[in-house]
Design a protein around this ligand. Structure first.
Ligand SMILES: [Zn+2]
Length: 725
């Protein structure tokens, strides 16, 4: 998943106007000149030699072979084929010299037994029987009988027939618009299109409004022929392509729905589990995805008011909102819910100096179908990073800090493998110095990253050491492509496709904020482990369909696997730098400035919403935090003396930003600065307790959340002040 995961979808949107030409597969340079000075190192020259040695190992051709093996069969979480990929990854970890274990968890998962969606007109004429099997002429994978039929993870079973209402993207404002048009969704099947938010949010809002069920289809305007040629002629979604996906309410809590906050170990007594029908992360209304091939006959026959102009998609008729009883849809969903075993693969390299300071790097392995892009382009890159680090081990190198590579399972169903492992290891993870994620490793040639503010500069520095297949460094190409999309945005006079709506300090390359939709969520938002997420994006219209396969990948994303090699190098350097740095390279000055901007923005929003709040204590705490960070930065710049205690304080600072009670109504989310939005799902909401209370025009809650935030900022500032002494 993890369409912010890492928003493959959002990325596809962001790239919609870019020329989708792949650069000629250049032979990437093996190395570029290393920087002299890197934040966190007293003397970078020794590390530079290790880096250069590492960078020669990750291999494009091997990454391609690994990707082909990983994606040979569909491998949905809990399946036999999924277990086989676990064995394969474990064998690769072991070969590199990692202490490797396969860690099972027993989690509540559904798989579809039978899915039938039929549409009939008022006079009894059959308009559509689906879902239509995914197929295009020329694809070598789409007839595999093991491909799971299109369904939603976490949807209940159902046998319902109802009138249909079209609700655009299913955002709060879309439902508001329907209400203004006098259309009631109560008891109806809501037909929404993908985009604009996480699919689980569409179901969540529809459930709140009393809908009977939800269908979610992929409009060609959003990732199909409107964007460019459809597969196999291009990278975009063909008519029968369906986006599977989880509708779990992971903005409440991710992971196994029956074990919020603790691990689903195989021997956990049933009495400790929340009964599934009481689990707050489970929708109570059914939903299912559809292709536009199957959605079109429904949409075309809807009557009622003409849908607003912005709600019109790219299908060749005028969209109406329906609700007039002239189209009935029957949803028959038979789900097989069971406690199923899943398998994380964990590979460890013990640290020599600071064994308790873990550096964790992870990628999920399970896929809705073949998972060539999502997620195994990331797995192949991770395996080549492990290959490179294994080569260093064989030369006698050992890391100062403990390195852990993780291949997560059941990410697609709700970040389950990573969440269960993080909950299982919460006490030691309180000392973990970083979590590095990659999910969609390679969908195309455009490097992109998100990070907690303290690690934004860290990511930029790593990319300055890695050559780009396009020439120069990854950093230079990243910067150039951002400048290009910015000028395109300005030329079009539209902010519609900007990927980075949030605060940004300075003029350097913008690094995004961590929302949700991938496996960094339990680390940063539940446990306060500083995290990053990297990927290389491009036009990608086959997200979560049968066509996300090796053939699509080699035709569209990375035919010579040079971007796989690039991602392996960036991912590996993140790990190496964090494992061996003298002083933890957390930039809390940037963090403080971003928090000050978040407070300014919230204050403006509160006053325009006429929510009366006192921001003075929070403002003062944020300024105190930034000032203390500046003093600590001087010590970080000139380390000498006791780095161990400085590092302990630096790490504790992120932990201070957690609030023990968590967010209102979703206590699993403990971070006071970042959370996935309750009504956006993938996108980060900053200072979420405060902003969501303002959005709800709840002044009392907003003020008490400001108090919680102020306390967290003062705790963190005090820790930084003591470190600066
Ligand atoms: Zn994924």
């Amino acid at each position: 998943m993890a369409a912010r995961h890492p928003l493959p979808f959002r990325r596809a949107l962001a790239l919609c106007c870019a020329l989708s030409l792949l650069p000629a597969p250049a032979l990437p340079a093996q190395t570029v000149a290393p920087p002299q000075d890197v934040f966190g190192y007293k003397d970078f020259s020794a590390q530079a030699k290790i880096d250069q040695s590492f960078l020669t190992v990750p291999d494009a051709k091997l990454a391609g072979e690994e990707l082909k093996i990983l994606t040979a069969a569909p491998h949905v979480a809990g399946s036999k084929e999924d277990y086989e990929t676990a064995l394969y990854v474990a064998q690769k970890f072991k070969a590199a010299g990692l202490e490797t274990t396969i860690v099972p968890y027993k989690v509540w998962l559904n798989l579809p037994v039978d899915i039938q969606i039929t549409a009939t007109s008022a006079d009894g004429k059959t308009l559509m029987t689906g879902p239509t099997r995914e197929h295009v002429d020329g694809d070598r994978y789409d007839n595999d009988p093991r491909i799971v039929m299109p369904f939603n993870g976490s949807s209940p079973s159902a046998d319902i027939t109802a009138d249909v209402v079209y609700a655009n993207y299913g955002r709060p404002e879309d439902f508001q618009k329907l209400a203004q048009m006098g259309i009631d969704v109560k008891g109806k099947i809501v037909l929404t299109r993908y985009g604009g938010n996480f699919r689980g949010v569409k179901v969540y809002i529809a459930q709140e409004k009393g809908a009977a069920g939800v269908l979610i289809y992929s409009d060609p305007q959003d990732d199909g022929y409107y964007r460019g040629d459809a597969y196999p002629n291009g990278p975009y979604r063909p008519a029968t392509g369906v986006q599977r996906g989880s509708v779990q309410y992971m903005f409440k809590y991710p992971g196994d729905p029956t074990t919020p906050g603790f691990a689903s170990t195989p021997d956990l007594p049933m009495s400790r589990r929340v009964p599934p029908d009481k689990a707050a992360s489970q929708p109570t209304i059914p939903s299912n995805p559809l292709s536009y091939h199957d959605a079109a006959p429904i949409l075309e026959n809807l009557q009622g008011p003409t849908a607003p102009h912005e709600w019109q998609g790219a299908l060749p008729f005028t969209y109406h909102v329906g609700g007039k009883g002239n189209v009935k849809v029957h949803m028959l969903l038979k789900q097989d819910y069971q406690y199923r075993l899943i398998w994380d693969v964990i590979g460890r390299i013990p640290g020599t100096e600071y064994p308790d300071e873990w550096v964790v790097a992870g990628n999920h392995r399970d896929a809705w179908t073949f998972g060539a892009v999502d997620p195994n382009s990331g797995t192949a890159a991770m395996l080549e990073a492990v290959h490179g680090i294994g080569a260093l081990l064989k030369q006698g190198w050992k890391p100062k800090r403990t390195i852990i590579f993780a291949s997560w399972d059941a990410e697609e169903e709700g970040l389950i493998g990573s969440t269960e492992w993080a909950e299982d290891n919460a006490p030691p993870l309180a000392n973990a110095v970083a979590y590095f994620n990659t999910d969609v490793g390679v969908a195309g040639p455009s490097f992109d990253a998100s990070a907690v503010p303290s690690l934004k500069q860290f990511v930029r520095e790593v990319t300055k050491e890695v050559p780009s297949p396009k020439g120069g460094t990854v950093y230079e190409q990243w910067k150039a492509s951002q400048a290009e999309s910015e000028s395109r945005r300005q030329a079009s006079g539209s902010g519609e496709h900007t990927a980075r709506p949030n605060a940004h300090v300075g003029n350097d390359v913008a690094v995004g904020d961590l929302g949700s939709g991938s496996d960094y969520t339990p680390f940063i938002q539940h446990l306060g482990v500083p995290s990053t997420d990297i990927g290389s994006s491009g036009p990608y219209g086959v997200y979560h369909s049968a066509f996300d396969n090796y053939q699509w990948f080699t035709m569209n994303a990375d035919p010579t696997f040079v971007y796989e090699q690039q991602q392996a190098r960036v991912f590996g350097l993140e790990v190496l730098h964090m494992a061996d740095t003298d002083v933890l390279p957390y930039d809390y000055v940037t963090y403080g400035k971003e928090i000050e901007q978040y407070l300014d923005a919230a204050q403006k929003k509160a006053s325009s919403a006429e929510v009366s709040l006192d921001f003075s204590a929070a403002d003062a705490a944020a300024k105190r935090f930034t000032a203390a960070a500046a003093a600590v930065k001087q010590k970080q710049d000139k380390p000498g003396g006791n780095e161990a205690s400085l590092n302990t304080a630096l790490r504790a600072t992120e932990g201070d930003l957690l609030s023990p009670q968590g967010l209102p109504n979703r206590p699993w989310f403990k971070h006071t600065i970042y959370a996935p939005g309750e009504y956006t799902g993938y996108a980060a909401v900053v200072i979420p307790g405060v902003n969501e209370a303002i959005d709800a025009k709840d002044a009392q809650r907003a003020q008490s959340q400001l108090t919680v935030l102020t306390a967290a900022l003062n705790r963190a500032a005090a820790t930084l002040e003591s470190a600066a002494q």
